[in-house]
Design a protein around this ligand. Structure first.
Ligand code: SF4
Length: 227
């Protein structure tokens, strides 16, 4: 296998970009061989609910609420039985909790009516659930079922563009570019490595370039320097 070239200003072929992406993910894999979501869950249903609750909220905030909710209700039937009012008592520390409570109750009812209370494994059925869009469906398909999908959130959107893996202007465009550029061997876990890299190193306001393990592979022109 050829060694990936360092990032340069010259136009990069798809093969070179993919090799660079593989080198980058290889390093992140060395540092964290088994990455996963920071949301706490113990089955696909808990993950689905946690991801729906996490929209525009932090994983830490969601975990705080679900640590109280899941011991009491962690099946569609039990959460549906709480009703909107009852559910809000557990999640009222999370942003947009009114709308989220409504969606989670409707989602539980739909799981019971159409899927025998199980979380479906296909994208169309997932996206048909209240409060579930493409990103949430991708997280569940990837993290609960091991499918090679990349859920593009704000971190992945930023990281993919800074690293020159996509120029897409929408999450869907970035997702499609990543699916082309990420080598197969990394596809299943790329989602987690990219999110964690964006959350802790390639941060939105001030990326930590001096400590970045992939800085030599990154063409971003506004890299930060050590103070
Ligand atoms: S060098 Fe800086 S901009 Fe590039 S990936 Fe690392 S932290 Fe992000």
């Amino acid at each position: 296998m050829s060694t990936p070239r360092r990032a340069s200003k010259a136009r990069e072929s798809m093969a070179a970009r993919s090799a660079r992406c593989g080198a980058m993910l290889g390093r992140l894999r060395e540092l964290n061989p088994a990455p996963t979501t920071e949301l706490e869950y113990s089955n696909p249903f808990e993950l689905l609910v946690a991801v729906v609750l996490s929209a525009q909220a932090t994983d830490v905030g969601v975990n705080k609420a679900t640590r109280k909710l899941f011991p009491v209700a962690n099946t569609p039937a039990r959460i549906a039985a709480l009703g909107e009012h009852g559910l809000k008592r557990y999640i009222n520390t999370i942003g947009l909790f009114n709308a989220k409570a409504k969606n989670v109750i409707a989602l539980c009812r739909q799981l019971l009516e159409r899927h025998s209370g199980e979380v479906p494994r296909d994208r169309a059925s997932l996206e048909a659930l209240p409060g579930v869009g493409r990103k949430t469906a991708n997280v569940v398909l990837n993290t609960a079922f091991g499918e090679p999908t990349v859920a593009v959130d704000t971190h992945i959107f930023r990281v993919a563009r800074r690293l020159g893996f996509s120029r897409g202007r929408t999450p869907l465009a970035v997702e499609q570019d990543l699916l082309k550029v990420v080598p197969d061997e990394f596809l299943r876990d790329a989602h987690h490595w990219l999110i964690l890299h964006g959350r802790y190193t390639c941060k939105a306001r001030k990326p930590d370039c001096p400590k970045c393990p992939v800085a030599d592979l990154c063409p971003y022109r506004q890299k930060t320097r050590a103070d």
